[in-house]
Ligand binder design. Structure first.
Ligand code: UTP
Length: 310
């Protein structure tokens, strides 16, 4: 069966981005002029999906408002003849059939996905995390859908990370020894949530894109609270992997993470530099800043006593 539905969980607390996320959902943080969540809905739509379920929570109403009409602003733009601005303001409301379910409390990504059970029913579905934006052609989720259509399995998108970073991600265990998710889909043996480097089975990390078969819901029901007292999606994926029902494949394209301030700044700079309209101006700005930094460092090194201080 083709993939008709997408689930996007956006109910997390965004603690890594406090205090900005005290009242602003992190999924509403903008990359250039668009909130992250809009890129993600657009990605699902580009893969032919028009039924999108957002798992939302308290303090996340701004997301629903973004995908709604705003007549006061529209009228103002219409009267002042700003037709392009009017178009981009109206656009999000017509992107897809959007549905919302609340996760009553943020009890983990696995628990958030479980809220989608009755909406999704007995069909495979796409899962896109609300703080990872991908750009590329084909879209990240389309790459996974193609693998699902070939294999009929659940498919998990992965990217390599440095061994020092394994403790921040769900890490895939796969075989045989020479298997390489960059060369095509490989069968997953297991997954480990945020392992220390010495316990990590590989350096391939789960990166926010999945196609899941509906047996994930039974696996989630049976999953006890894991790391951090939360129901972890990675733990439910282990159950399916041990049945030989999951494969992993490297995601192609650019990834922009808005989940914490450092990643967000890097993502903003990278996207701005790649943007044909503003890229040259941003490049000049960054180059001048770097040159200023070099000049200041050189001046400090020449100051009397600098050697002693160093
Ligand atoms: P994260 O772990 O990145 O989000 O979950 P978080 O919990 O909001 O972030 P920090 O660690 O506290 O800063 C990935 C995605 O899953 C959603 C989040 O909204 C995010 O888009 N999520 C997470 C839920 O919907 N419910 C949860 O209970 C946890």
């Amino acid at each position: 069966m083709g993939i008709r539905k997408a689930v996007i969980p956006v109910a997390g607390l965004g603690t890594r981005f406090l205090p900005a996320t005290k009242s602003l959902p992190k999924e509403m943080l903008p990359l250039l002029n668009k909130p992250a969540i809009q890129y993600i809905v657009e990605e699902a739509v580009s893969a032919g999906i028009d039924d999108v379920l957002l798992i939302t929570g308290r303090l996340k109403r701004a997301i629903e408002d973004h995908f709604d009409r705003i007549h006061l602003v529209e009228k103002h733009l219409e009267m002042s003849g700003k037709t392009e601005l009017l178009r981009i303001v109206v656009e999000p409301a017509g992107l897809a059939n959007l549905h919302y379910i609340r996760q009553p409390e943020p009890r983990g990504l696995g628990h958030a996905v479980l809220q989608a059970r009755w909406h999704v029913g007995k069909e495979p579905f796409a899962l896109l995390l609300g703080d990872d934006v991908y750009q590329g052609d084909p879209a990240a989720i389309s790459q996974l859908i193609a693998v699902h259509e070939e294999t009929g399995m659940s498919v998990v998108g992965v990217l390599p990370v440095s061994m020092a970073e394994t403790g921040r991600y769900g890490i895939a265990d796969f075989g045989p020894e020479d298997a390489n998710p960059a060369k095509g889909p490989v069968l997953a043996r297991d997954f480990v949530e945020k392992p220390d480097p010495e316990e990590a089975p590989s350096n391939w990390a789960i990166m926010g894109r999945y196609v899941l078969t509906p047996d994930i819901f039974e696996a989630l029901e049976e999953t006890p609270k894991g790391r951090g007292g939360e129901i972890q999606l990675t733990d439910a994926l282990r159950t399916l992997a041990r049945r030989g029902r999951v494969c992993v494949v490297a995601l192609q394209g650019e990834r922009y993470d808005v989940g914490d301030p450092v990643s967000f700044v890097k993502s903003t700079i990278a996207m701005a530099l790649r943007d044909p309209a503003i890229g040259p101006e941003i490049r000049d700005f960054v180059t001048a800043l770097l040159a200023e930094g070099v000049r200041q460092a050189a001046a400090a090194a020449e100051e009397p006593g600098a050697e002693k201080r160093a």
